[in-house]
Design a protein around this ligand. Structure first.
Ligand SMILES: Cc1cc2nc3c(=O)[nH]c(=O)nc-3n(C[C@H](O)[C@H](O)[C@H](O)COP(=O)(O)OP(=O)(O)OC[C@H]3O[C@@H](n4cnc5c(N)ncnc54)[C@H](O)[C@@H]3O)c2cc1C
Ligand code: SF4
Length: 459
């Protein structure tokens, strides 16, 4: 794929991923094993402790701290909200083994229950004004978006592609058609996305890629599976989605969860802009696939009507979006709820828009900014690259703004560095104090030496 992309003038690179390629001891003293490219990475635990997941990178260190307590099987039922004091005073949770309910008083509450849980908890507790689709008023549940995916399969009769091994993020990416990286003149859409070919492994059932038109059952399907198992390659495009007033989350009037709480309800269909953007990415991908000279290929455009049935990605965003104005957002830039000063919301629910990248790097960076935020009193626009020599260079570059501000930034950088070490990422770029570029700052979170966006123009 890299050669084919280069032949078309694109700039392919190896996808960044959070697997340790060799034994590695992180900032917390936790040792990750070396990845074995076992082919069972996505959706499974790691037998080699090579994935940069919390159970390997941070939990053992926390458990050794006497101030930390981990309560498993605790399902949070509700936030106890004192509206007059604009404060969450406690969290009620259920021990799922005994069914017993507990109330845990709290000074500070971090709401980290993924996009849908975050919105559900805010709506149930009555924190912030719920979005009303009919009037357009309110904020909680608004701005829902879902990274826009479409892909292709290609079959190479004469090439053995060893699909049984690989790690989830292993692949080649082209980022030439993301965000502002290309000229949109005459294209008729905004936004963009990336194109990827990866070898994530081929788990039983899910890893049996056959050409379109093959029966889904029976001996013909078996023959096709045997014929193509070693020779099939999968490609994907994932792009941005702009928030739209018709796409939102609210509490379901009918259906309830096991704890008797209304389920979160999703109302979503991407606007035409995203279909045009996706068609453009697919056209570029098709060009790359043709240049690879396959025996056969199938393009998979996104169905016009959204369905949750096939797994697409877990890249949901919005619902408790961050912003500078309480009228248009749910949390401030430090992820602090406008209507509950001791509540901090973490996760992609705080994204105001769905940028054209996978969310988790940005989620991590934002969590860090949220935590470090109260220590940072500066409005200094700063591009921070987390290698020590570059940190020193930042000090030099901003020497004229005063030592106090530099120290404040350095403090934040320590957190950023710590995070970068924990997750295995090496470069993090933040862009504080430049709200006009907030979206861009999200895109500037990069892993390893790989570039997921605008690193070429970090300023
Ligand atoms: C198969 C798969 C592949 C993915 N690949 C990528 C990728 O390549 N790149 C990428 O950027 N992202 C990827 N994602 C998305 C990524 O996993 C999420 O963006 C990320 O985990 C979100 O982090 P979070 O902390 O907001 O939520 P989560 O990681 O979902 O953590 C939320 C936690 O809250 C707990 N919780 C929820 N409700 C309650 C409650 N009521 N009480 C107590 N606990 C609760 C949950 O058990 C969970 O542990 C992938 C996801 C999946 C499933
Ligand atoms: S491919 Fe994934 S699950 Fe397998 S060893 Fe590597 S990190 Fe672990």
């Amino acid at each position: 794929m890299a050669d084919a992309s280069k032949s078309l003038g694109y700039h392919p690179f190896q996808a960044p991923s959070s697997n340790a390629s060799e034994v590695y001891t992180n900032f917390e003293g936790q040792t990750l094993g070396a990845c074995e490219y076992c082919g069972h990475c996505e959706r499974f635990g790691c037998e080699a402790n090579a994935k940069a997941s919390p159970n390997v990178c941070i939990l053992p260190a926390l458990l050794a701290d006497s101030k930390f307590e981990l309560r498993t099987h605790a399902q949070v039922k509700e936030l106890v909200y004192d509206k007059a004091a604009r404060k969450v005073t406690a969290v009620r949770y259920v021990d799922t083994r005994s069914g017993e309910e507990y109330e845990q008083p709290a000074g500070i509450v971090l709401l980290t229950s993924y996009v849908f849980g975050n919105v559900q908890h805010m709506l149930l507790a009555g924190i912030g004004e719920p979005y009303d689709h009919a009037t357009g008023k309110g904020v909680v549940g608004k701005n829902y978006a879902y990274q826009f995916e479409a892909g292709a399969n290609a079959f190479f009769e004469d090439k053995e592609l060893n699909p049984y091994w690989g790690s989830a993020g292993m692949g080649t990416v082209i980022d030439d058609f993301n965000g502002e990286s290309f000229d949109h003149g005459g294209l008729g859409f905004f936004g963009g996305g990336y194109i990827m070919g990866n070898t994530a492994g081929a788990p039983p059932i899910a890893g049996r890629t056959v050409p379109h038109g093959t029966p889904e059952w029976g001996s013909e399907w078996k023959r096709a599976t045997v014929k193509w198992y070693y020779h099939a390659a999968r490609f994907n495009t994932q792009g941005s989605v702009y928030a739209n007033r018709d796409n939102y989350m609210d509490l379901d009037p009918t259906y309830k969860d096991a704890l008797g709480r209304p389920l979160i309800r999703l109302t979503y269909n991407p606007p035409d802009n995203e279909f045009k953007m996706s068609a453009y990415l697919l056209q570029k991908l098709e060009g790359v696939i043709k240049a690879m000279n396959p025996t056969h290929y199938d393009m998979h455009p996104r169905p016009k009507t959204f369905t949750v049935v096939p797994y697409q990605s877990t890249h949901n965003t919005g619902g408790t979006m961050m912003g500078a104005d309480p009228k248009g957002s749910v949390v401030n830039r430090y992820l602090q709820a406008w209507d509950a000063h001791n509540l901090f919301v973490q996760g992609a629910s705080v994204f105001p828009q769905q940028h054209g990248y996978n969310p988790t790097g940005t989620v991590g960076a934002l969590a860090l900014i949220g935590i470090a935020g109260h220590q940072e009193n500066n409005e200094l626009g700063i591009v921070a690259r987390c290698r020590k020599r570059e940190r020193d260079a930042i000090h030099d570059r901003h020497a004229d703004v005063g030592e106090e501000k530099i120290e404040a930034s350095a403090l934040t950088l320590q957190h950023v560095e710590r995070f970068a070490t924990v997750t295995g990422s090496l470069d993090v770029v933040t862009n504080h104090g430049q709200p006009a570029r907030a979206h861009r700052a999200q895109c500037l979170f990069v892993f390893g030496d790989q570039n997921f966006g605008h690193q070429r123009d970090p300023a």
